[in-house]
Design a protein around this ligand. Structure first.
Ligand code: ADP
Ligand code: MG
Length: 699
């Protein structure tokens, strides 16, 4: 039978029903196409042999050739199987803790073997745990190729002869016939422009690289394709939704906007704020539907941009909402905005989880009749019974706390859907944003309001606490206020709360009443108590605010000039940056003090040093991405949807940008891929979408 890409694996040469079963179960390989799309995860250079006497611990993987002179099963605490390999220069111990039966049956004392693994030193002797091993005769017969792909396998697969080498063997059997079914989908110019090898060569060389250069070329080509089709799909989706969706038209800029801008706006907008407002104005005045992500560092002034956008809606007879992730933040937005527009004829209310039932009913009523112009709240706004008369724009603060579904719920609050402005203070590296928010347009406020002094960030170990306390005292004397933040994570909640309590009490002793007062806020307090403590600090009645990360987002107290972060090594980088953003909001020099224990892991040290070195949120985001990977940044669920095989969103930034542009070049001229030269790409895209049904659900 002729092998094609669609051939089910049980019908491929050398596989059969039993092996097919494990391949399906363990690797989700169902067809020949799946098989040749199962790529090596690394390559081994099998051209070099080392002498046993030259082994050292610094060596990465090494290849040895020698005779097995002894084997033994050791029945101690951990059962293991050992074999001694000898060459002309010495001996080394090989050790297996798993698959003992299998390996024991494979090894014959007195025979020659090729061994590949990583040497470890143990009590002055070298040993190699779980090496790859094969009889020298086999090795010689198939050693035409020096770079060998290594495939992920499992115990179950190995038991059926499908270890890395076994997998490679079956791929070798089918690859040539399979490649007959693959046709190049890029034209010559495209291949030349992006310096890509032909697709068949790429597949051949990713499995069986002719040399190192070809290995790189092959990986590059297939990685390029992976990202290119992803971007193509995202852009197509974006164009389809913006074309399909008629947006609400904000025809005019009128009384409210102008009145506020001319009479109540307490400062001149920064150029960056003006630029973003223009972008929003452009979106909303052309009849298209706005779906925009506004990135701006903490303190860059996103709130007033949201307010001005909401006033645009009101001027055109529509309602507006602003949703925040916590009650504190929602309340803060409410107070800020209410103060700003106090004397204007705009009706505004706050709705959160702790809004009383009677008040809630009033709000529902006022929203439905259209009496309320602006509603500010938490996810309470998403509830079924919150209905609008005519919602024109929904602003969402701090996107990373809200899921995609929640955004969709807001969409449904009006038909046509309201314009969406998502604001985030966690800068996301642009390439990542392009991918995860592929359907959103991006705006960036890349400039802080004038007169801000950059925050000074300092790192102190526990033994400098007295100095830090002295510094707090000085700052309070000059009228400033201080935050002291403690980590609080679920796993160690009790201990964390205890540390917070103890810290609070220690501070009370150093800063006693009646000269000083201290607020305390954490998640265990009820909303009223939180609000009360917050307000005391906001009003300046307390000088110190001891808190957990509930204050992370948005809280704005310009007089607070010192942020002390306890156990800073336990916080993530972007979280530290967020916390730091709570200070530096007034005209005074502000400080962020990172307190840590003496022992810091390498990553923790990098986080602390990065924070001390820079205030640039995007730079910090890049480091964070490298440290944590995209999954942690975006939520594993979202990154899982992408399911990339070769590309790594945290490492392939420039390739993401390149493929984004390549895809845009095509989509901008030919959004439905109808031009003859794009037919093959279109077919390939459909294949990719079929194989990756999640793609459509991103963003
Ligand atoms: P964020 O982007 O973190 O949400 P905010 O909107 O809370 O920032 O703004 C931070 C502070 O900066 C607020 O006190 C706000 O009034 C002030 N602010 C915003 N824009 C300007 C500006 N153009 N000039 C001066 N101060 C500004
Ligand atoms: Mg904000």
């Amino acid at each position: 039978m002729q092998t094609s890409l669609d051939t089910a694996i049980e019908y491929l040469k050398g596989i059969g029903p039993q092996r097919a079963e494990v391949l399906k179960k363990e690797l989700q390989i169902y067809t020949c196409a799946d098989l040749i799309n199962f790529f090596p995860f690394r390559y081994e250079d099998r051209s070099k042999f080392y002498n046993i006497s030259d082994l050292s611990e610094e060596m990465p993987y090494v290849q040895l050739k020698g005779k097995i002179i002894a084997t033994q099963i050791v029945e101690s605490k951990v059962k293991r199987f050992t074999a001694i390999l000898k060459d002309d220069t010495g001996t080394v111990e090989l050790v297996w803790f798993q698959g003992i039966k299998y390996i024991k049956s494979l090894l014959k004392q007195g025979n020659d073997y090729v061994v590949f693994g990583k040497p470890n030193r143990f009590k002055n002797k070298y040993s190699i745990p779980h090496p790859d091993i094969e009889p020298l005769i086999d090795f010689d017969s198939d050693n035409k190729q020096t770079l060998r792909g290594v495939y992920h396998s499992s115990e179950k697969l190995s038991a059926k002869g499908l270890n890395s080498k076994g997998i490679q063997k079956i791929i070798a059997t089918v690859i040539d016939e399979a490649l007959n079914g693959i046709e190049e989908y890029y034209d010559i110019t495209f291949l030349a422009n992006y310096n890509l090898p032909d697709i068949k060569q790429a597949y051949k060389n990713i499995h069986f690289p002719a040399n190192e250069e070809w290995m790189r070329k092959a990986i590059y080509r297939l990685k390029f394709d992976e990202l290119f089709f992803l971007q193509l799909q995202l852009l197509k989706y974006k164009i389809a939704t913006t074309k399909k969706l008629k947006g609400i038209l904000f025809e005019k800029i009128a009384d409210n906007f102008n009145n506020f801008y001319n009479n109540y706006l307490p400062f001149e907008l920064t150029n960056a704020q003006k630029k973003v407002l223009k972008e929003i104005r452009k979106d909303t005045s052309t009849g298209m539907h706005m779906n925009r992500l506004l990135q701006g560092d903490v303190g860059s002034g996103k709130t007033v941009v949201a307010l001005l956008s909401m006033l645009m809606a009101i001027d055109n007879g529509y309602q507006a909402c602003l949703m925040a992730p916590t009650e504190i933040l929602a309340a803060q937005h409410y107070h800020t905005i209410k103060n700003l527009i106090n004397d204007m004829p705009v009706n505004i209310r706050l709705l959160t989880g702790s809004t009383r039932q009677s008040e809630r009913r009033e709000i529902h009523y006022e929203l439905q009749t259209g009496y309320l112009n602006i509603i500010i709240g938490t996810h309470a706004l998403l509830e079924e019974d919150v209905k609008f008369c005519n919602l024109g724009i929904a602003c969402i603060d701090e996107q990373h706390r809200f899921g995609v579904q929640q955004r969709a719920k807001l969409w449904k609050k009006n038909s046509p859907p309201p314009h969406i402005l998502v604001m985030t203070a966690t800068p996301i590296p642009r390439t990542l944003a392009m991918t995860f928010y592929g359907d959103l347009d991006l705006s960036v406020i890349d400039e802080l309001p004038p007169g801000r002094k950059p925050i000074k960030t300092l790192h102190f170990f526990e033994n400098s606490r007295a100095r830090v306390l002295g510094f707090i005292k000085e700052q309070i004397k000059t009228g400033r206020q201080i935050y002291v933040v403690y980590p609080l994570i679920e796993e160690s909640e009790t201990l964390d709360l205890l540390a917070l309590e103890q810290g609070y009490e220690a501070l009370q002793r150093t800063f006693p009443l009646p000269d000083y007062a201290i607020s305390i806020v954490h998640g265990k307090l009820n909303a009223d108590a939180k609000e009360y403590e917050m307000q005391r600090f906001v009003k300046g009645e307390t000088q110190i605010m001891v808190a957990t990360t509930v204050i992370e987002v948005g809280v704005n107290v310009p007089n607070a000039s010192v942020m002390i972060i306890e156990n800073a090594e336990r916080f993530g980088l972007s979280q530290l940056h967020q916390l730091r953003g709570r200070v530096g909001r007034g005209a005074e020099q502000s400080y962020c003090i990172l307190m840590t224990g003496d022992k810091l892991s390498k990553d923790a040290r990098l986080r602390i040093n990065t924070l001390c070195k820079t205030n640039d949120g995007f730079e910090i985001a890049e480091v964070d991405l490298k440290l944590r990977g995209p999954g942690d940044l975006m939520g594993t669920q979202q990154s899982g949807m992408l399911d990339l095989k070769l590309a790594d969103l945290s490492k392939d930034a420039s390739l993401i940008a390149l493929t984004r542009n390549a895809a845009a070049d095509i989509i901008n001229n030919d959004p439905d891929l109808i031009l003859p030269q794009h037919q093959k790409i279109k077919i390939q895209l459909q294949k990719m979408i079929k194989n990756r049904p999640n793609l459509g659900r991103i963003s």
